[in-house]
Ligand binder design. Structure first.
Ligand code: DGP
Length: 220
């Protein structure tokens, strides 16, 4: 009998919403309850494409906006399938899900669309196109935090995009994206304590992990 697949769970939100902390806590909680789980994050700066993105974000290089958008998307695609001619590479997203491992992903295609469409001259529709065909998350939790509250959590760093004005524009684009009812969005109030946010995220995730076992993995 085929093994039940793992769930694809994504956390999205503006910078400082607590995504990385919550992804790590969720993976730990799932593992503690006997459910195999691993964390992934995008951009994955460890690959060749990821290094180009990292240099761009750190403002060590400048790239044309369409070009960098496609690089972010390519960085997701390269982590989806196993590159069979690449010796020693790790089994990737699709294989892990098929092996029954739940993947908890820190940012995905929705960040891609929200961040690029926050720039002048980019439509959400165009921005989603390069990610069409990627595995569709079973659950996308949006950590809701106003840009004003995010700013109180500390200064933005030196990376590109880390300004309050740009983050406000990103937030608006996420609001548009959340209108897509074909995606299982859940909004989580990220202004609560870390423990309360975790409880909320865990409860949505446990439900999703069980439900995903009997559902085929969709495509964006
Ligand atoms: P992080 O490593 O999670 O701090 O993300 C790095 C920055 O890159 C953050 O400001 C969000 C932004 N970002 C993440 N994914 C994408 C994407 O696909 N496209 C664009 N343009 N920006 C992205």
């Amino acid at each position: 009998m085929a093994r039940a697949r793992g769930a694809l769970i994504v956390l999205e939100g503006v910078d400082k919403a607590g995504k990385t902390t919550q992804c790590a806590r969720l993976v730990h909680a799932l593992q503690q309850s006997g459910r195999p789980a691993e964390m992934m994050r995008f951009p994955d700066r460890s690959t060749t494409i990821g290094q180009l993105i990292s240099a761009y974000l750190e403002k060590k290089s400048d790239l044309e906006d369409h070009t960098v958008h496609l690089l972010f998307s390519a960085n997701r695609w390269e982590r989806v399938y196993h590159a069979s001619n690449n010796r020693g590479c790790r089994p990737l997203m699709k294989k892990k899900l098929e092996e029954g491992i739940t993947l908890v992903v820190d940012r995905y295609a929705f960040s891609g669309a929200a961040f690029t469409s926050a720039k002048p001259g980019f439509s959400l529709d165009w921005c989603m196109k390069p990610d069409v065909g990627l595995p569709k998350p079973d659950l996308v939790m949006f950590l809701q935090l106003s840009p004003a509250e995010a700013a109180l959590r500390g200064q933005f760093g030196e990376e590109r995009y880390e300004t309050s004005a740009f983050q406000r524009a990103v937030q608006q684009q996420f609001e548009e994206l959340r209108k897509d009812s074909t995606v299982n969005w859940q909004v989580i109030d990220a202004s609560q304590s870390v423990d309360d946010v975790h409880k909320s995220i865990s409860s949505h995730s446990l439900h999703t992990v069980s439900a995903a076992q009997s559902l085929p993995l969709g495509e964006l």
